[in-house]
Design a protein around this ligand. Structure first.
Ligand SMILES: NC(=O)c1ccc[n+]([C@@H]2O[C@H](COP(=O)([O-])OP(=O)(O)OC[C@H]3O[C@@H](n4cnc5c(N)ncnc54)[C@H](O)[C@@H]3O)[C@@H](O)[C@H]2O)c1
Length: 249
């Protein structure tokens, strides 16, 4: 088991990539704190993990809520599992909007859920990881590495996630804390299915993907597992595209 005796907090764990990570990390021996706004889905995922012999707890949490990071996510994880080794900042939203239609509200909302949450999560686990090291995996996007049409606030927020990943990796390496990011390409999840399953959109995108298929949540979860695990012991500060080659063309 690749995460035996590790304790992992995963945000946005009720759907898509976060859900896939919760199952995979638990199957690999991690004790998992799964957080999300969708509590019913989260609870059924926790029940399934337990049925399969894993150990996990669910916490209803808006990732942009600093107080709840400090008062619930961290204390409840410590109470249940006694330490924190891994944090995956995965929760995010995408509201495609042309620049001309960008509002202050959308800009702030996207920033607070996609970027501020990453800073809050990293701040929250820092005192615990400082004691024995740890691994943080931030879910960015290929939007942080390329231009993406109709995605001004999303692109800017993910650019921030990629940048803060490098900054924290520099500052915290001395504590044995590794901080890495994954830049998923076009991945079939509830967030993206409505676009990616549209035949017109699919035909427009496919020529730009060297591997010629959309990725799966499980493929992102496998990359997160590698970066979270001790197999990546000498890797920090990277932005890893998991995108079928989309960013090389
Ligand atoms: N799907 C893609 O093609 C793609 C590509 C690049 C990056 N990403 C990123 O991957 C991450 C996971 O996305 P996904 O595709 O699995 O999407 P998803 O919509 O299936 O899952 C996102 C989860 O985050 C939760 N969430 C949203 N806002 C939240 C909040 N304020 N507090 C707590 N939880 C919240 C949702 O309830 C949902 O369960 C996101 O950060 C997204 O931006 C996705």
């Amino acid at each position: 088991m690749r995460l035996k005796n590790k304790v992992a907090i995963i945000s946005g764990a009720a759907s898509g990539m976060g859900e896939a990570m919760a199952y995979l990390f638990a199957a690999e021996g991690a004790k998992v704190t799964a957080t999300d706004l969708q509590t019913e889905k989260l609870n059924s995922i926790i029940a399934k993990i337990k049925e399969q012999g894993g150990d996990a707890i669910a916490i209803a949490h808006n990732v942009a809520d600093r107080k709840k990071w400090m008062d619930e996510v961290i204390p409840k994880t410590m109470e249940a599992f006694g330490k924190i080794d891994i944090l995956v900042n995965n929760a995010g939203i995408s509201v495609p909007t042309p620049f001309e239609e960008q509002t202050d509200e959308l800009w702030s909302k996207t920033y607070s859920i996609n970027l501020n949450s990453v800073m809050l999560g990293m701040q929250a686990v820092l005192p615990y990881m400082k004691k024995h090291g740890g691994s943080i995996v931030n879910i960015s996007s290929i939007a942080a590495l390329t231009g993406m049409s109709g995605a001004g606030s999303y692109t800017a927020s993910k650019g921030g996630v990629s940048a803060i990943t490098r900054a924290a990796a520099v500052d915290w390496g001395g504590f044995g804390i590794r901080v890495n990011a994954i830049n998923p390409g076009y991945i079939l999840t509830p967030m993206s299915e409505v676009f990616l399953n549209n035949e017109q959109y699919k035909q427009a995108l496919m020529p730009a993907i060297p591997l010629k298929f959309f990725g799966t949540a499980e493929q992102i979860a496998k990359a997160a597992l590698f970066l979270a695990s001790d197999e990546a012991a000498y890797i920090t500060g990277v932005n890893l595209p998991v995108d079928g080659g989309t960013t090389i063309v």
